[in-house]
Each structure stands twice: as structure tokens, then as C-alpha cells.
Design a binder for this molecule. Structure first.
Ligand code: NAP
Length: 245
């Protein structure tokens, strides 16, 4: 990751924080972008001079413009983007899901990914190389795992589709775009949603356990790095075999 300048959204906690830590350990410069300032500032200080925290809301195009500019000013052109920020939203069935909640989930999980790719692509075109890793979910491939609402499923399917569209458009510019589809990962989001660290889902997991976030970071690291130079436009499961059922 020497020479890589990465922007990671939702980097203050959970998987985003783990990706930031892993990237820094492998020699990258990292812009940690999140709406949670206190945790983000603390993590960036701990990670040292190659890390910079920027307050950032993925739903706001102006915030993207400002954050990309801050990152370029600090570390040079951005050549890696990890669109990780996301929310689960309410665990409501379709008839009970409010339009407001539906739009909020899609705004963060789906529109945020579009705004992010749009904001960093010019920087990647300038340097002639780029890797975008969009974090979807197993819910972006199959909708049968119980608790997420239709809004979460819709947004995560959309991430997978946008990934492929952009990969095709920008392949000739040496910019790769892939999606990552985690299963059950031990993060604040997962614990808040299940309230019992996985609950009944454990029985569905062939490896029989919830993942440590770093087990996803290792895949994201590979896709961000030049080690994955012939991989674009594809989806990558990290689900302990859940979708093998
Ligand atoms: P998390 O623990 O909730 O962390 C997400 C981070 O994103 C939080 O710091 C959150 O801030 C931030 N965020 C929320 N809205 C934002 C916005 N508008 N702009 C910028 N940052 C924002 O979640 P996680 O479990 O690490 O999930 C990371 C990604 O993986 C998400 O896209 C999620 O859908 C996906 N995923 C997770 C799992 C799992 O089992 N955990 C499985 C499959 C996919 P606040 O804390 O202030 O809200």
C-alpha cells in the first residue's frame, strides 16, 4: 500500500475503523471520513501522521468536495476509495416501513456511494490508477436473511449494480471497482441490530461464528492494492459460507 492514498467513509468505528488501521499498517495514507467526530479524531491520532480525520457526511455532495480536497491537500491525489459508511435502518416489514426511513437508508447506503465515486474519479483519472471498493452486504445478493428491511436490501443490491456499471465505464482508465459482501461481522451495527451478538443467525453460518472486522479488512486491503490488478466489476463474499446454502 506504499504510495496509496485512501479515503474510507464510516471510518470512526466498526469495519471502517478496522480498514483504516489495516491500511495504515500496510503503508498507506488514509483519510478517515465520518459524521462521528470524537471517535474519528481519537482513532486518527492513534494511527499517526499518515492518518487524517475529516468530518464528512456521505449524503452531502458538498461534503464530498470538501473532504476530497482536504485529502489531496494533505496526502496528494486519492487513488483508493472505500465506500463503507452505511446504516441498517429500522427492522420494519414493507407495509410498516415509513417513506422517510426508506429514503434515509437509500440516501446513505446508495446515494452516498454514487456521490463518493463521482467525487474521487477525477483524482484517479489524473493519476492514471484507482481502486474503488464498495461495501454492500450478503443482503445485496440475497434477501432471505430475516431482519434487514426492504430499504437495506434495495440499497445494497444497488451498490452491487453501480459497482458493475462504473467498472465497465472506467476500466480503460485503469480504475477498478469491486463490491464486498460481508455476512455477520462483530461491529456496533451488528450488535445493536441483533442485541445478542448474532442470535439465531449463528445456526446459518457454516463456520459457526461471527467475524472479526479485520477478516473483512484483509479482503478490502487485497482489492485496494495492486495485488488484485486483474479484478474489477465483481462481487466478493466474506460470509463464512452463509450464501452457500
Ligand atoms: P457501524 O459500526 O454502524 O459503523 C458505521 C459508521 O458509519 C459509523 O461510524 C457511523 O456513524 C458512520 N455513518 C453513518 N452515517 C454516515 C454518514 N451519513 N456519513 C458518514 N458516516 C456515516 O457499521 P459496520 O457494521 O461497521 O458497517 C460498515 C458497512 O458494512 C456498512 O455499509 C454496512 O451496511 C455493511 N455491512 C455490515 C455488516 C455487519 O454485520 N456489521 C454486514 C454486512 C454489511 P454513527 O455511529 O454516528 O452513525
Amino acid at each position: 500500500m506504499e504510495g496509496k492514498v485512501a479515503l474510507i467513509t464510516g471510518a470512526s468505528r466498526g469495519m471502517g475503523a478496522s480498514h483504516a488501521r489495516t491500511f495504515i499498517e500496510h503503508g498507506a495514507h488514509v483519510v478517515l471520513a465520518d459524521i462521528s467526530d470524537e471517535a474519528g479524531e481519537k482513532l486518527a491520532a492513534e494511527l499517526g501522521p499518515n492518518a487524517l480525520f475529516v468530518h464528512h457526511d456521505v449524503t452531502d455532495p458538498a461534503s464530498w468536495t470538501a473532504t476530497v480536497a482536504r485529502g489531496i491537500e494533505a496526502f496528494g491525489d486519492i487513488n483508493v476509495l472505500v465506500n463503507n459508511a452505511g446504516v441498517l435502518g429500522p427492522l420494519a416489514k414493507t407495509a410498516e416501513l415509513t417513506e422517510e426511513d426508506y429514503r434515509k437508508v437509500c440516501r446513505i447506503n446508495q446515494d452516498g456511494v454514487f456521490f463518493g465515486m463521482k467525487a474521487v474519479l477525477p483524482s484517479m483519472e489524473r493519476v492514471g490508477i484507482g481502486s474503488i471498493v464498495n461495501i454492500s452486504s450478503i443482503a445485496g445478493i440475497a434477501a432471505n436473511y430475516g431482519f434487514p428491511s426492504l430499504a437495506y436490501v434495495a440499497s445494497k443490491f444497488a451498490v452491487r449494480g453501480m459497482t458493475k456499471a462504473t467498472a465497465i465505464e472506467y476500466g480503460s482508465k485503469n480504475i477498478r471497482v469491486n463490491s464486498v459482501h460481508p455476512g455477520f461481522i462483530q461491529t456496533p451495527m451488528m450488535v445493536e441490530a441483533t442485541n445478542e451478538e448474532g442470535g439465531d443467525a449463528l445456526a446459518e453460518i457454516p463456520l459457526g461464528r461471527i467475524a472479526d472486522p479485520v477478516e473483512v479488512s484483509n479482503l478490502v486491503l487485497f482489492l485496494a492494492s495492486d495485488e488484485s490488478s486483474y479484478i474489477t466489476g465483481s462481487e466478493h463474499l466474506v460470509d463464512a459460507g452463509m450464501l452457500a446454502h
